[in-house]
Design a protein around this ligand. Structure first.
Ligand code: DX5
Ligand code: ZN
Length: 216
C-alpha cells in the first residue's frame, strides 16, 4: 500500500492554471487529477483534451484522468495521445467494460474503473485482476466542494479485503469531500490515493495542505 495525493485541478484557478500546476510540481503530490465531464453522465461540463495536453507540457507528474462521460471508449485513444498516464472510466457509463479496459491498455496507459456512491463494491470485484486502479466516488460525481458521503470509508475497507483476497496489486483511490479531518481514516481503511480539490485549492497554503494530507 502507498500514500499518494492527487490534487483535482477542477478546483484550480483556470486563469492561472500554469501557476497552479507549477505549485503542484514543487509539492509532494505525485499525481494530478483531471476531471472530464460531458454534461450527460453528470449534470456538469468541465474540460477536455486541450486542457489535459496543456498541463502535460508543464509537468512530469502522473496525469490521473477521471472520465465522467458516457461511452468513454470513443475517446480513450485521444486522451492517451493527449498525455494521460491513467485513464479511469465509470462502470455505469459503458456497456462493455472488459472491452473498454482492453482499449485503455492497448493505448499503453494504466486502466482504472470508478464506482458511484450507490454502486456496490461487488460490481467491480470480477474485474480486479485486469485493473490497475479502482476509484471509489465518495460524492455524487459532477461537482467539487461537496460533502463526503458516510459509508464510503467502509467501501474502501471492503475493496481492500477483496484485493488482498485475490492477491492483485490494484490501487484504491477515493474521490470527493476529502478533508484533513477524514483523510487519515481512508489510509487506515486501505486506500492508496486520495483525490482532493477544494481542500487543497481552497486553502491558504496548498503546498502545506498536500503535506498535511499525506501525513493525516
Ligand atoms: C467530482 C470530481 C472530483 C472533485 C473532487 O465529480 O470527480 O474529483 O473535483 O473535489 P472535492 O475534493 O472538492 O470534493
Ligand atoms: Zn474526480
Amino acid at each position: 500500500m502507498s500514500r499518494i495525493i492527487s490534487p483535482s485541478v477542477l478546483s484550480a484557478d483556470f486563469l492561472h492554471l500554469g501557476r497552479d500546476t507549477e505549485m503542484l510540481n514543487r509539492s509532494e503530490a505525485e499525481w494530478i487529477h483531471i476531471d472530464v465531464m460531458d454534461g450527460v453522465f453528470v449534470p456538469n461540463l468541465s474540460f477536455g483534451f486541450p486542457v489535459l495536453s496543456a498541463i502535460r507540457k508543464v509537468t512530469t507528474k502522473v496525469l490521473d484522468t477521471h472520465l465522467m462521460i458516457v461511452e468513454p471508449e470513443r475517446y480513450i485513444e485521444r486522451f492517451a495521445k493527449a498525455g494521460a498516464d491513467i485513464i479511469t472510466i465509470h462502470i455505469e457509463a459503458t456497456e462493455d467494460l472488459p472491452a473498454a479496459i482492453r482499449t485503455i491498455k492497448t493505448c499503453g496507459v494504466k486502466a482504472g474503473v470508478s464506482i458511484k456512491p450507490k454502486t456496490p463494491v461487488s460490481a467491480i470485484v470480477p474485474y480486479l485482476d485486469d485493473l490497475d486502479l479502482v476509484l471509489i466516488m465518495s460524492v455524487e460525481p459532477g461537482f467539487g466542494g461537496q460533502s463526503f458521503i458516510e459509508g464510503s470509508t467502509e467501501k474502501v475497507a471492503e475493496l481492500r479485503r477483496e484485493i488482498d483476497r485475490c492477491g492483485s496489486d490494484t490501487v484504491i483511490e477515493i474521490d470527493g469531500g476529502i478533508t484533513l479531518g477524514n483523510a487519515g481514516e481512508q489510509f487506515t481503511a486501505g486506500c492508496d490515493v486520495l483525490v482532493a480539490g477544494n481542500t487543497i485549492f481552497g486553502s491558504d497554503d496548498p503546498t502545506r495542505t498536500i503535506h498535511d494530507l499525506l501525513r493525516a
